[in-house]
Design a protein around this ligand. Structure first.
Ligand SMILES: Cc1ncc(COP(=O)(O)O)c(C=O)c1O
Length: 434
């Protein structure tokens, strides 16, 4: 793109404050973006943490090609949703929840909205709750609608207090940047879940529908992993109080953290509802899915239930379902042994970056890491990595002192050589700037 068109685009496109990339891409294959200048750059961010099986997948293409001539539109109210049923069966089995019910939506944000609506409905009918409060942590992101922005703790994106619908995060996340007690010399541990109990009790459990939580933090804090036992304790606290647990696995779901769901890293923390999105459409289509456990889904068919917040015009779209089936074909054809080994290698190389004084912390699991750097280093590091051939997504931090750095999240089917390339570029870039 020439300079003039670039300036025009920047003027017309309403986007967040992030700078637009300086390079133009003419073709993307697997994890590689081929630029118009003939060079290629490795996508160490999987798009916006969604292109988990890389780009131009023949398996995804084959599924879309098969569905296209059959019918390209047919919401479930128009055409019997066979392909959507196939997707729901495959998806629930893939994430180890074969008996769940599913609501399909058009993106992660709407998945969260639908989950909130379903949870409120369930607790009203089942437990006669007075209000349907949804409690979130102060280090969370759940989407960019008015409701989800108002609910979540993402500091940089919170609406002004007067525009927040009276909502806001309810408890501190068990991570040092925002959990005050961590600054007093205490390490976060499972007992941080007591803050969730306090938040529910202070509102009255009869007013709380659900706790909505990212089981592993995504881009807000940069891949924080909760202390062992924390999520289990949150689930116990909620169960004791008839409060539902919703896991927002929009970013972490479908093997991003090495397991089908991030919650699979621990025992005893299976949620009542799970939201999936990014890794399901894998950047090919926009999709969201809310999985509801078989213990509570029947309540949604009770005669006193309010209208369900499910099914917009484009939800359960047949081409969307076809693409998602192609993504599952890709994911399930991975050699999971080799996948685990590559993930280990990624983690080991990234953790060794913590030896540099300019790297404050390395955290994460599977194929999702946060590399936190000293203040001022983030943007030079992003540029240095791009110059050397790898694109990373930045997290711009929270807390005091600010924690900011790179999210490292390569496509899950990157080769061993790809992973080695990514880690050596990052190591060289850190060394060059230290
Ligand atoms: C944890 C989490 N929830 C919800 C969303 C919103 O998803 P979408 O951007 O598809 O609306 C995101 C997006 O980054 C996310 O990371």
């Amino acid at each position: 793109m020439d300079q003039d068109s670039n300036v025009k685009l920047r003027g017309r496109l309403l986007t967040s404050s992030r700078p637009l990339p300086d390079f133009d891409v003419e073709r993307a294959v697997g994890p590689w973006l081929h630029r118009t200048d003939g060079s290629r750059i490795f996508d160490g961010s999987s798009g916006l943490l969604c292109a988990n099986v890389g780009q131009s997948s023949p398996k995804v293409f084959a599924r879309i090609e098969q569905q296209f001539p059959r019918y390209s539109f047919g919401g479930a109210a128009v055409v019997q949703p066979h392909i959507q049923m196939e997707l729901m069966d495959r998806l629930c089995t893939a994430v180890g929840r074969p008996d769940d019910s599913v609501a399909l939506a058009t993106c992660g944000t709407l998945g969260v909205e639908v989950a909130v609506g379903l949870a409120r409905n369930i607790v009203r009918v089942r437990n006669g709750k007075r209000r349907g409060d949804i409690l979130t942590s102060d280090l969370s992101y759940h989407g960019n609608s008015m409701l989800t922005l108002a609910l979540a703790g993402n500091h940089a994106r919170r609406p002004r207090p007067e525009d927040s619908l009276g909502l806001g995060p309810a408890f501190p996340a068990p991570y040092p940047p925002t959990h005050g007690h961590a600054h007093e010399g205490h390490r976060c541990d499972a007992s941080c879940a007591n803050e969730v109990a306090r938040a529910i009790d202070s509102r009255g459990a009869e007013n709380v529908a659900a706790v909505l939580i990212e089981p592993i933090n995504g881009t807000t804090g940069g891949a924080f992993v909760p202390p062992g036992g924390y999520l289990r304790r949150v689930s116990e606290i909620c169960r004791e109080r008839n409060v539902l647990v919703i896991h927002d696995e929009v970013l972490t779901g479908l093997w991003r953290t090495g397991t089908p769901l991030a919650s699979h890293h621990w025992d005893g923390c299976e949620p009542d509802l799970v939201i999936l999105s990014k890794g399901l459409g894998a950047g090919y289509v926009s999709v969201g899915a809310v999985l509801v456990s078989p213990e509570i889904a029947p309540v949604l068919r009770h005669k006193d239930v309010d209208p369900l917040p499910a099914m917009g015009t484009m939800a359960t779209h047949p081409l969307q379902a076809a693409a998602c089936l192609g993504v599952l074909d890709e994911l399930e054809s991975m050699d999971f042994g080799a996948f685990a080994v590559r993930g280990e290698r990624l983690g080991t190389s990234l953790r060794s970056l913590a030896d540099w004084a300019s790297v404050r912390d390395v955290r994460g699991v599977g194929y999702l890491y946060g590399v936190e750097v000293t203040p001022g280093l983030l943007w030079p590091l992003v540029e240095e990595c791009e110059r050397r051939g790898v694109f990373f997504y930045p997290f711009t931090g929270t807390g005091d002192p600010r924690s900011e750095g790179l999210v490292v999240a390569p496509p899950l089917n990157s080769s061993g050589e790809d992973i080695d390339f990514l880690t050596s570029v990052l190591t060289d870039a850190v060394a060059a700037l230290s």
